[in-house]
Design a protein. Structure first.
Length: 195
């Protein structure tokens, strides 16, 4: 049986072993506590990354630029060797996109039009054509045909502005393929009639 002083010392040492696993040899200091680990610094939120030209190009391609429907005069049937009038009606295109948390303004302007006549020929113009009596864009069909698919593809030049920065050109052109319109080409023969 331990004397009361030895029992008290044993109780204190047992308590210290439970509370303080690191002992010291310095007289009067029963143990050394491990220093607290510094709190992990929280990283400051990164500044938004400005979208690259490639990011803008990808976004515009995913968005898609407006395709145009070709208007044909006369409407669904024309005649061999008669000028058939073609025109389209482009509209201004401007959008604001959110890319990588940054607003990017995009605008697209038609720069040229490729007219596919449906008979294996095509032509490129910088004009969108106009309704009759203007004959800016015409085509003469050389022979009769049924259900030709006539369409116009638009080639756009695109500009973009990141945030409040000035407009800059996108170093790529984007083509929007138009939907086809059906056209029949007839052959007419002159007939003399009694007045």
């Amino acid at each position: 049986m331990l004397d009361p002083v030895a029992r008290q010392r044993a109780l204190i040492e047992e308590t210290l072993r439970a509370v303080c696993p690191i002992r010291t040899s310095i007289v009067g200091v029963p143990c050394i506590f491990a220093p607290e680990q510094p709190a992990t610094a929280v990283a400051a939120p990164a500044a938004p990354v400005a979208p690259s030209e490639g990011d803008v190009l990808r976004a515009v391609r995913e968005l898609g630029l407006p395709s145009l429907r070709v208007h044909i005069e006369p409407a669904t049937t024309t005649l061999v060797n008669v000028p058939t009038n073609l025109y389209a009606e482009p509209e201004p295109f401007e959008r604001t996109l959110d890319l990588l948390g940054t607003p990017v303004r995009v605008r697209a302007t038609p720069s040229s039009f490729t007219w596919h006549h449906g008979d294996g020929t095509s032509q490129r113009t910088t004009s969108a054509g106009r309704p009759y009596p203007h004959l800016d864009v015409t085509h003469r069909y050389q022979g009769p045909a049924e259900a030709l698919e006539v369409r116009v593809d638009v080639i756009y030049v695109v500009e973009y502005a990141v945030g409040d920065e000035p407009w800059q050109p996108l170093d790529a052109v984007i083509t929007a393929e138009g939907a086809p319109s059906a056209l029949t080409v007839r052959e007419a023969a002159p007939v003399l009639v009694q007045p």
